[in-house]
Write a protein that binds this ligand. Structure first.
Ligand SMILES: *Cc1c(COP(=O)(O)O)cnc(C)c1O
Length: 423
């Protein structure tokens, strides 16, 4: 094995590689436990719901009855430990699922209160935080107000401030928590970090609805936020929980009344989740879920390996390799915009799809700076597959996530390091 690395990458990288692999060994043992426990949970749900070949068939038209759709929703409900689930390929992405959860459950006069600071870019448009004309139908346009409280400098909840804001604003209806770091350097949240704040919020008013944006968080831990009192949660099917096989879609899980309201937003009042043809071979949705606990840990291993090897090279990385993770994102602070662009290019060049393309920074809608994105993926834009994005601004941070196999992660990272050292 070692000879193979030496032949491909030379002595210096082989040495770095061996030392890094040695340092991360015991963390991988813990992750293997996480993977085993989550696979147990998933397998049990498949057995309890008697999933069979008949669930994989697609339907057409209104689809009043759709065995596969009901089957997959029952699985999600059991795995997340919630009363209900809405899992649809008609959700165009995670943003759409989060949007339906919020828009369906907030009315004029209500307040949405984020306790993890500014949400992910695309969510700001749902709230109406970007002052542009297109935001007809945003929460702001509907008369829903918004408050926020930043995480403290140490990355933890600002409990005193949160309680004060809750007591002062009796119209707060939904508390918003973003689990993942998104594209920032804050830390990701573990279900256990969320547990205490849920208790505190419920002691102020047990009717407050606590929502979690769970994007990139699924199966990184042995429990999910819904297991510790979160009422409503949403995410994307082309991230963790789709296992790299599910072609598109999003999910919402939570209390039955809240899911019903969200479903009225996905379709229309009166119809909700009762209609909606599966449209595709659902086998990929079931199989993706089945392998997701394994795939998520492959992605986490790539993140940890990357953190260790770049730290050894003298770069700042967030989080460090030995910190417990609540998402699959690895941020690496590179020295110059050239280094950043070259790193992303190298990830693209070492992808199974479109490896021959040069990715370039471009003016992406909704962002102030140019953004570069490397995603040589089987499913367009899938970020459980190895991918990397970065806004071209200081600090020059690359956000790396995914990899369907740790082997792919290692090869892409070693190649990018080889390039970096050559320069
Ligand atoms: C990916 C992501 C979303 C949703 O993004 P989509 O691209 O619409 O699926 C929302 N919040 C966070 C933190 C995310 O990482």
């Amino acid at each position: 094995m070692s000879n193979f690395i030496k032949t491909l990458f030379g002595d210096y990288i082989e040495n770095l590689y061996n030392e890094s692999c040695n340092d991360i060994k015991c963390i991988f043992e813990n992750l293997n436990q996480v993977k085993l426990q989550n696979e147990y949970k998933v397998l049990k749900a498949f057995k309890d719901n008697k999933i069979s070949d008949s669930h994989f068939k697609t339907t057409t038209g209104y689809a009043y009855i759709d065995l596969g759709r009901d089957g997959i929703e029952n699985l999600y409900k059991d795995i997340f430990g919630t009363q209900s689930a809405l899992v649809r390929l008609q959700f165009v992405n995670g943003t759409h699922a989060i949007g339906c959860a919020l828009l369906g459950n907030l009315s004029k006069g209500d307040i949405l209160f984020s306790i993890t600071g500014q949400p992910y870019d695309t969510i700001k448009n749902i709230i109406g935080l970007n002052n542009v004309n297109e935001q007809k139908g945003s929460l702001k346009d509907l008369g829903v107000s918004y408050l926020e409280c930043n995480l403290k400098d140490d990355g933890n909840f600002d409990i005193e401030n949160i309680i004060e804001i809750l007591n002062k604003n009796r119209n707060i209806k939904i508390i918003y928590i973003q689990r993942s770091r998104g594209y920032s350097l804050r830390k990701s949240l573990l279900p256990n970090d969320i547990k205490d704040i849920v208790k505190i919020i419920k002691s102020v008013d047990k009717n407050l609805c606590i929502f979690v944006d769970n994007c990139y968080g699924e199966f990184t831990d042995i429990i999910e936020p819904t297991n510790i009192g979160v009422d409503l949660m949403a995410g994307s099917l082309i991230k963790n929980i789709g296992g790299g096989l599910t072609p598109t879609g999003g999910y919402i899980v939570g209390n039955t009344d809240l899911i019903k309201n969200a479903a009225y937003r996905l379709t229309v009042p009166g119809i909700g989740g009762e209609c909606g043809a599966s449209l595709t071979d659902l086998r990929q949705v079931f199989q993706g879920l089945f392998i997701a606990p394994h795939i998520v840990v492959e992605a986490m291993k790539t993140a940890i390996f990357t953190a260790r090897i770049f730290e050894k090279l003298g770069y700042d990385v967030y989080p460090k390799y030995d910190v417990k993770r609540g998402d699959i994102i690895q941020a690496i602070k590179l020295n110059t915009s050239d280094e950043l662009i070259n790193f992303c290019k190298e990830i693209q060049k070492n992808s199974p799809v479109d490896s021959f393309l040069e990715c370039e920074p471009w003016d992406m809608p909704g962002y102030n700076d140019q953004v570069i994105m490397a995603a040589g993926t089987f499913i367009s834009g899938s970020s459980i597959e190895l991918s990397c994005d970065a806004p071209i601004r200081e600090p020059y941070v690359a956000y790396l996530q995914g990899s369907l196999t740790f082997e792919h992660g290692q090869l892409a990272i070693l190649n990018s390091i080889k390039k970096l050292i050559q320069k």
